[in-house]
Every structure is written in C-alpha cells, then in structure tokens.
Ligand binder design. Structure first.
Ligand code: AMP
Length: 283
C-alpha cells in the first residue's frame, strides 16, 4: 500500500490502474474500527483498486465540537489498511484540501435540516461540511464506487441525494452498521466513553431493539413504537437529543411504521455524542 498526500500524486497513482477495473473509494476520518474495516473488505472484493482516504475534516465539526480531541493514529490506521490489501491511503494535509482562499461549499437542502441537521443540534452546516469534502474527494480520486456506513444513516441519504442531484458519476454503496458483541454501534467516538458510560451507551441499541420488537409484535403507530424505545433510554437515564421515526428514503416524518421506516436516535453520554439507527417495519 502506498500513502499519498496530494491530489496530483493520487491521480498519478490511479491513472495506470484505471484500465484494470473499477476504482473504489472508502472515505474516512481514521481511528479505524471494524465498521471502517467492513467497508474496506467490501471495496477490496468489488474493485480492482481501492483508495482509502483519511482526513479529519474540520468543516464538519461545529465550534464547540471535538475536532482537537478527535482520535488520530495514522500509523495504526495505515497498518490496518495495508493488512486488508488496500492499494492507496490518501491522507492529505489540511492545505491540500482547503488551500488558502478556499471559498466554496456544496450544500444539500431540506434533508440536512432535520435530525442531526436541526439548527438546535449539529445543524445543516455539519452536513455541508460533509458534502463539500465528499464532493472534493470524488473529484480528487474519481472513484467508480464509494462506500459509506448505514451507521450514519442521514449522511448516507444526503450523499445519495448529492450524487443524484449533481450527476456525480459514482455508485454509492451503503453497508450495514457493525456493532460490538453487546450491541453498541462501533464509532471512533466510543473512545470517549469512560467507565459506567459504556454501560449507559448500550441503552441506544437496546432502545432500537425494543422498537423493533414492538413492530414485530404488530405495533405500527409511531407513538407506540417510540414509547417502547423511550422506555429503554429512560431506564438507563439517557436523555435523547432526538428519537424519531422517519422515512428511510427521504426522512419525511412517519406517523405509522410501514415499509422502510428509519428509527434514529442521538444522545450525549458523558463526553460522547452518540448516534444509532435501525430500519424497522421492513417487509
Ligand atoms: P468516519 O471515519 O466516522 O467518518 O466513518 C467513515 C465511514 O465509516 C462512514 O461512511 C461511516 O458511516 C462508516 N462507519 C462508521 N462507523 C460504522 C459502523 N459501526 N458500521 C459501519 N460503518 C461505519
């Protein structure tokens, strides 16, 4: 595996490889866990060449967020990516992505104004930071396929919309959330959970399972399904930032669970802001 730092280098490394078959891109912010690795494995299976990008993108962090504390360990990440047979690690420095005078953003509207995008929460600016850097990564690398995780369900929906609206020639693959054996969704931010907080954090996945069980037992009314989830959060003393049922296609509010309905939850546990989700009522 080669580590490259500039757009010129990544393009030069890819040029002779493109004729061998599809180029896959796995965009990441590093601090790899099995969630990241599952995307890399799938990309390795699908593509002739796989690029993993590693860039902690300041534009998607709000002013009071954890940009400086965000876990970083490029040496470990590079070793894991190499072990999985990745071809290129693209780890650009800040100035390569945002040179002096950088003054452009790419925003998807509406979908970014709910859930995490609610102005009272992370706000739409978070997603604008994501869609701007993802557009840049697509332009820098020119992948045929790009891999994202269902763990960030809203991000996945927003990126699909970005690609459709701007006719970006890339196929988007969304892969299932990878969990710890006890159900906790893997996240780089789980590193912030100290002592008993780890136990509290389990309430999120437990809430999703309770809602799923309510649906399986025939409940369809959103309020009833949410109540089942809410009970688990309350029992652990976790106050959700949001707990909502929305269409898994376009994030419109769901009054009833029918077809593909997304149950999304966000909560702060200690220093960590955690998100998780499940698609319920999948028939
Ligand atoms: P991040 O480094 O947190 O920006 O994540 C990079 C990619 O990995 C994103 O597409 C995430 O959705 C995905 N990802 C993060 N956590 C998980 C997980 N537990 N399971 C599957 N994919 C994940």
């Amino acid at each position: 595996m080669r580590t490259v730092r500039t757009v010129e280098e990544v393009r030069a490394a890819l040029a002779p490889r493109r004729k061998r078959g599809p180029v896959g891109l796995v965009p990441t912010m590093g601090a790899f866990h099995d969630g990241h690795l599952s995307l890399m494995r799938r990309a390795r299976g699908d593509c002739a060449t796989v690029v993993v990008s590693l860039f902690v993108n300041p534009a998607q962090f709000g002013p009071g967020e954890d940009l400086t504390a965000y876990p970083r360990d490029e040496t470990r990440d590079a070793a894991l990516a190499a072990e999985l047979g990745m071809d290129i690690l693209f780890a650009p420095p800040h100035e390569e992505v945002y040179p002096p005078g950088f003054d452009t953003s790419v925003a998807v509207h509406r979908l970014t104004e709910v859930l995490c995008g609610d102005p009272e929460r992370r706000g739409p600016e978070h997603f604008t930071g994501v869609t701007t850097v993802v557009t840049k990564l697509f332009n820098m690398v020119g992948p045929d396929v790009a891999y994202f995780g269902q763990k960030d369900a809203q991000q996945a929906i927003v990126i699909r919309k970005l690609v459709r609206d701007l006719d970006i020639p890339v196929r988007i693959e969304i892969l299932p959330t990878v969990r710890e054996p006890d159900g906790l969704a893997m996240s780089s931010r789980n590193a912030y959970l100290a002592g008993e907080e780890r136990e509290c954090a389990l309430a999120l996945s437990r809430a999703l399972r309770a809602a799923d069980a309510a649906v399986a037992s025939g409940r369809r009314d959103a309020a009833e399904v949410l109540m089942a989830a809410r009970r688990e959060l309350d029992a652990a003393g976790v106050e959700p930032e949001y707990l909502e049922l929305r269409s898994a296609e376009d994030l419109s509010p769901a009054e009833r669970v029918n077809g593909r309905t997304l149950l999304a939850v966000a909560a702060r546990v200690g220093r960590a802001r955690l998100i998780d989700n499940a698609v319920v009522g999948d028939e």
